[in-house]
Design a protein around this ligand. Sequence first.
Ligand code: ATR
Length: 272
Amino acid sequence: MEKQFAVIGNPIKHSLSPAMHNAGYETLGINAEYQRFRVEEHCLEEAVKGLRALGFAGWNVTLPHKEAIVSFMDTLTPEAEKAGAVNTVKNQNGRLIGHNTDGKGFVRSVENDLRGLKGKKAVLLGAGGASKGIAMALAQQGMNLHILNRNPEKAKTLVQIIHSVGGTATFGEFEPGDWLENLDLLVQTTSVGLNKEPFPFSLEGIDKEALVVDIIFNPLETSFLREAKKLGCRTQNGLEMLLYQGALAWEFWLGEQAPLDAMRQALKNQLF
Ligand code: ATR
């Protein structure tokens, strides 16, 4: 019988997940279909009941439902519990398991390039929802974090949360500083660049050995990444995080490895 998967969110029209997963099913000859559904906030509980009633085997959850859906799950994995958010649901004979692959997806996307993360230094720009998921996952891998946010109170709160789970983190002003001179990983998690606007400060003087990541994938190259590349750093756009969070969801649902190359190609085809 054909397995049904989906992604729910609002807006959802431009989600790249259906193309990525459907390309994967086709490559491996898996009898499955992945759809997208726009779900308004006040309809979330009904939508979850509907997906369960229709026998959907699993679904991804995106903005604005990642936190609200937690209360409709029968159980949570430790990843979802720690994040306080669910991006992947598995329907196990009517029992809904909430999971979160965002943080580990990010870790997988950078760990090969950095040849291990433990004891290395990461600077995160931004302290919103996306930053929190990434920060928690990197702290859990033993990275030392420095978090900069336009509103420093939010960076301070995130640092306190990281300390409360035994991680190492400090925070500072959202501006250039000594932090540029010695770091292994720089992650841009703010929404600056989504509308092609320039990043507010220069990375002049950055450690050329650093891997610089922007989690934005549309546009594929933000002004932030362009500058980092010009200054001699290795760069990575948001497509890799999207790919690996999807691949981990795939593995959680199907219990087998996802076809990464086919899924990456499908994502690129959608964007070009
Ligand atoms: P997300 O889930 O994508 O992280 P969010 O929780 O709304 O979304 O967080 C948005 C992040 O982008 C925040 O860190 C925000 O900084 P503030 O906390 O100071 O608002 C950051 N951000 C958005 N626009 C920005 C701008 N023009 N300059 C600097 N930071 C900006």
